[in-house]
Unconditional design. Structure first.
Length: 102
């Protein structure tokens, strides 16, 4: 009878040890789930900030493209104006030579 009692006590102690270990594992899992939830929130916040920055960069890129096109157009207009000035200077030079020749 004592032998059965000691076997049952040994089984009970083993069950209590397993129960304590399971409780510790459950507590650890709860902490890890909390940390995972915090990480998810941080990830969502980072994603939102990245999207906002991307939107700003995209807007700036479009503004830069418009600025570059405008600058190109202005440069072409200046080039045309310079050609016209050179042409008129040539015409005036020709007229001056005619007058001096007389």
């Amino acid at each position: 009878m004592d032998e059965i009692k000691s076997m049952l006590n040994a089984l009970l102690e083993g069950q209590q040890a397993l129960n304590a270990r399971m409780t510790a594992i459950e507590e650890r899992m709860d902490r890890m789930e909390g940390q995972l939830s915090e990480l998810r929130e941080e990830q969502e916040d980072i994603e939102k900030r990245l999207h906002a920055r991307f939107d700003v960069m995209q807007k700036q890129h479009l503004e830069y493209e418009a600025w570059a096109k405008d600058l190109t157009r202005q440069t072409e207009n200046f080039r045309d104006d310079i050609r016209l000035i050179v042409q008129r200077l040539g015409e005036h030079d020709h007229e001056i030579r005619k007058i001096k020749a007389k």
